[in-house]
Write a protein that binds this ligand. Structure first.
Ligand SMILES: C[S@@+](CC[C@H](N)C(=O)[O-])C[C@H]1O[C@@H](n2cnc3c(N)ncnc32)[C@H](O)[C@@H]1O
Length: 189
């Protein structure tokens, strides 16, 4: 697998590589897909999506973070047609997208409604704060959208006096939605 280079950082990112690996599986992007990202920040997800999807639109509300997305994209190779947009979704959410990933949670209910109205096939959201995760899971359920709910918790080993100890990351909740499937969480695969 090609390494993802992120020479520039931004405060709220990047999404950890192991979480991105699970995310890639859940997004299941292919060359015919138009992938839309809400909250691109460092561009870590943007870069990896741009190697799988045909088109990528990355929205980021903070202009300086969008510039970080842009510079990190420039450090990597990818084939997709990528468009970067400085906007707070649902403003400028494309109406011809196939798959949307919400890495940022502002206005998420309105983003879900806009994506559903536009006929997106897959909607995935990552949340780290517990209360927001609970409310977002309810929002997915209320829209008959919740296909899977995952709680990812990574711990990375490091050397401690010749033995292996671990540094734990905070948990990340991943909500996977497939409009019209809306099964019980866990039915996904
Ligand atoms: C946790 S960070 C995403 C990290 C990113 N996946 C990465 O790997 O760097 C969330 C980002 O979403 C942005 N954001 C939050 N809500 C947004 C919205 N409604 N529209 C656009 N950007 C949004 C924030 O400014 C922030 O940069």
């Amino acid at each position: 697998m090609q390494a993802t280079k992120l020479p520039n950082d931004a405060k709220a990112g990047p999404t950890k590589p192991e979480v991105r690996a699970v995310l890639a599986r859940k997004l299941a992007l292919g060359p015919d897909d138009h992938f839309v990202e809400v909250g691109s920040c460092t561009g870590a997800v943007t870069v990896e999506a741009a190697r799988r999807a045909g088109r990528v639109t990355a929205l980021e509300r903070k202009a300086d973070r969008l510039e970080t997305t842009r510079s990190n994209l420039a450090a990597n190779e990818y084939d997709a047609d990528v468009r970067l947009v400085n906007a707070e979704a649902p403003e400028r959410l494309p109406d011809d997208g196939d798959v949307v990933f919400l890495g940022g949670s502002r206005n998420y209910e309105r983003v879900l409604d806009a994506a559903l109205a536009a006929g997106y096939d897959r909607i995935v959201m990552n949340v780290s704060r517990l209360e927001v995760a609970g409310e977002a899971a309810r929002a997915f359920r209320d829209r008959d959208l919740l296909d899977e709910a995952l709680c990812l918790q990574m711990a990375t080993g490091y050397d401690l006096a010749g033995a292996t100890s671990f540094d734990a990351d905070n948990p990340v909740y991943m909500l996977v939605g497939e409009p019209e499937s809306g099964g019980e969480p866990g039915d996904g695969e």
